[in-house]
Design a protein around this ligand. Structure first.
Ligand SMILES: NC(=O)c1ccc[n+]([C@@H]2O[C@H](COP(=O)([O-])OP(=O)(O)OC[C@H]3O[C@@H](n4cnc5c(N)ncnc54)[C@H](O)[C@@H]3O)[C@@H](O)[C@H]2O)c1
Length: 307
């Protein structure tokens, strides 16, 4: 298949590019390299350094590539940034995605695979309701959660009106090799990097807050499955297991074979306290299930960062 991966120079997108190439697909990348890195894109793969907010440039990429599938990972990914500058977040994540969808319609794209968030769209669910399924009420508590979810509606209307199909994948907290440790999110990468540099890990709150940490290799497998399955479906992609930040610290200590120094800071505005995703729909309809648990995933992440 001829596939365009937006955000293909980033953490998750670049792993997807590798997997698609390994399966013999023809792959191109659209990325403005704001957080992505050119060296994550394999040599010889067309990399269009284009900003999603530039509709004309996005159209030109679609005209040149003529992809059958668009895998859409380019985004402003930072919850804290979205709180500080919601307009900027919406410009990239909403208006940029609209530009992309319009170009997909104009150039006859068959299917869009969209990276949404299961970590941010459900807000702070009642702990008794965890793990939450896709039909759980959506009350995002950050502009990022709102902007990522808004595009799900645009996908629905685009499919309804223009006949292309989509698969929306709502990831929980993704971690693994190539994650940027210098952002404000991505606790596994940040803590791994702090440990390597001999600096204490800062825990916001008391460390009992939980996330559903899913290894990037498992997320890639969902994106491979979505090439063939899951048309016009929305799927949670996580492990169904709640892991606290303190448990991440313990997994890192086990991986590194040394103690991790921690310091505590006040909880941050806009962050959910406990979240965990019910992923049984993905298992039934995509034939997908997470394979890597937190200890093994942290061990692999540590090994790649320390190499
Ligand atoms: N990392 C997670 O835990 C997680 C969880 C849920 C959803 N997601 C989604 O997965 C996708 C990839 O996230 P990631 O963690 O790999 O982050 P990342 O920052 O590594 O990747 C995002 C990529 O998009 C590019 N980009 C940003 N703004 C752009 C713009 N205006 N035009 C063109 N390219 C632009 C960046 O350069 C980068 O390569 C995002 O859509 C994110 O919302 C990530």
């Amino acid at each position: 298949m001829n596939i365009l991966v937006t955000g293909g120079a980033g953490f998750i997108g670049s792993h997807i590019v590798d997997a698609y190439l390994a399966r013999g697909h023809q792959v191109s990348v659209l990325d403005n390299l704001s957080t992505g890195r050119r060296e994550f894109v394999p040599a010889g793969i067309p990399l269009y350094q284009v900003d999603l907010r530039d509709a004309e440039a996005v159209n030109a990429v679609l005209a040149a590539v003529r992809p059958e599938i668009v895998n859409h990972h380019a985004a402003q990914i930072n919850v804290v940034t979205s709180l500080r500058d919601p307009a900027l977040d919406a410009q990239t994540n909403v208006l940029g995605s609209i530009n992309l969808l319009q170009a997909c319609v104009a150039y006859g794209v068959r299917k869009i695979i969209y990276a949404s968030t299961g970590g941010a769209v459900y807000g702070n669910p009642d702990p008794a309701d965890l793990p939450v399924g896709e039909d759980y009420p959506l009350y995002p508590i950050s502009p990022y959660g709102i902007s990522k979810h808004t595009v799900e509606h645009y996908l629905f209307q685009t499919a309804a009106n223009y006949g292309l199909s989509y698969t929306t994948l709502r990831y929980s907290n993704v971690y693994g090799p190539r994650q940027n440790p210098h952002g404000e999110s991505g606790v596994v990468a940040i803590f791994t990097d702090c440990l390597l540099r001999g600096e204490p890990c800062i825990i916001f709150g008391d460390g009992t807050q939980t996330r559903d940490f899913v290894y990037v290799g498992d997320v890639v497998a969902a994106n491979v499955a979505a090439l063939e399955r899951g048309d016009n479906g929305v799927y949670n992609i996580g492990t169904g297991v709640e892991t606290s930040v303190l448990e991440v610290v313990a997994a890192l200590e086990a991986a590194a074979g040394r103690p991790v120094a921690v310091e505590y800071a006040p909880p941050r505005v806009g962050e959910v306290y406990r979240i965990c995703l019910d992923c049984s729909r993905a298992e039934r309809e995509l034939g997908w299930r997470a394979q890597v648990d937190i200890r093994e995933g942290v061990r692999r992440t540590w090994a790649s960062f320390a190499a």
